[in-house]
Design a protein around this ligand. Structure first.
Ligand SMILES: *[C@@H]1O[C@H](CO)[C@@H](O)[C@H](O)[C@H]1NC(C)=O
Ligand SMILES: *[C@@H]1O[C@H](CO)[C@@H](O)[C@H](O)[C@H]1NC(C)=O
Ligand SMILES: *[C@@H]1O[C@H](CO)[C@@H](O)[C@H](O)[C@H]1NC(C)=O
Ligand SMILES: *[C@@H]1O[C@H](CO)[C@@H](O)[C@H](O)[C@H]1NC(C)=O
Length: 267
């Protein structure tokens, strides 16, 4: 027990979290409930969008763990709040917290970065920090997620390489995590590395439609949802040890080695 407590203390120090809240939250054996806040690259698969959210919820949670996908096509860190989605996220935290440990994943950037949105990187960063503070106050553990890579390649060197159009937003998300003391997972880096390894022809098999290099079809949702789950496990091995999160081992192994993976049973 003493060892566990002192290692938790160390984790708290390293992550800059209040020791008290980490202890309270980790001591719980309630299943986690993942509330997903984000844009169309988190949202469920429809004609207008589709991200990693449903693949994550459908295939990586076990043993009573659950969640809900609030990904909203076209959302920015501003519209997600003004349009009422963020209010729904917070009321879901309230309604599930008696029975679950609520987590709120927060991933934006694809629309915030569009000039028409008129949202500066400083505003984007502040908006993410506000989401973190409010999710924490509501009783959830926030997890910032850097934006999923688009599947556009530069071929000018002879070796197709992902055009990193979301690096500013990735850095800003990391900054928001540092300022607010939240956990972050670097989905942008992990997805970029994998897409670089498999190349464009394989990468396009995840496209929602032939020419849609931003949104994911069901197979893509399962692959990138699995990557999100794996990254969460790295910060929260307790959720894996308690059997709440499990990622297909072949997926983890292939993505880790840069080998193309397509989930079995999905057309
Ligand atoms: C997730 O499950 C729902 C309900 O069964 C289904 O409609 C959807 O296609 C699934 N999506 C993915 C990405 O697995
Ligand atoms: C963009 O945002 C800035 C800062 O909020 C504001 O001053 C400016 O009027 C906005 N521009 C447009 C075109 O909406
Ligand atoms: C790079 O090559 C891929 C595969 O042939 C192609 O789909 C893509 O459009 C090319 N990228 C650019 C920027 O031309
Ligand atoms: C990243 O931000 C810098 C300024 O901070 C800007 O000059 C650059 O164009 C941005 N890059 C992209 C891809 O938006």
């Amino acid at each position: 027990m003493k060892l566990i407590l002192s290692s938790l203390f160390l984790v708290s120090l390293v992550l800059g979290l209040p020791v008290h809240s980490v202890l309270q939250e980790k001591a719980s054996t309630k299943p986690p409930f993942f509330i997903l806040a984000g844009d169309s690259t988190t949202a469920k698969q429809t004609s207008g969008g589709g991200g990693w959210g449903d693949g994550f919820l459908n295939t990586t949670l076990f043993n009573g763990a659950s969640g809900k996908n609030y990904g909203h096509n076209g959302a920015t860190t501003v519209s997600f709040r003004t349009g009422g989605d963020w209010g729904e996220v917070l009321s879901t935290v309230e309604s599930v917290k008696a029975d679950y440990r609520p987590f709120v994943t927060i991933q934006f950037g694809h629309n915030d970065q569009k000039p028409a949105a008129n949202i500066s990187l400083a505003e984007y960063t502040k908006n993410l920090e506000a989401f973190v503070a409010e999710a924490t106050d509501a009783g959830a553990t926030p997890i910032l997620v850097t934006p999923l890579s688009r599947r556009n390649y530069d071929n000018s060197t002879g070796q197709p390489t992902i055009i990193q159009s979301l690096l500013n937003e990735t850095k800003a998300t990391v900054t928001a995590a540092r300022h607010s003391g939240a956990i972050y997972i670097n989905l942008n880096k992990r997805s970029t590395d994998y897409l670089n390894a498999i190349g464009p022809e394989k990468a396009y098999t995840y496209n929602l439609n032939a020419d849609d290099r931003t949104h994911l079809n069901i197979g893509g949702s399962i692959v990138f949802g699995g990557i999100v789950a794996e990254l969460i496990e790295i910060y929260r091995p307790d959720l894996k040890e308690q059997g709440f999160i499990h990622v297909n081992e072949e997926l983890v192994s292939d993505v880790g080695k840069g080998i193309y993976y397509w989930p079995t049973g999905i057309n």
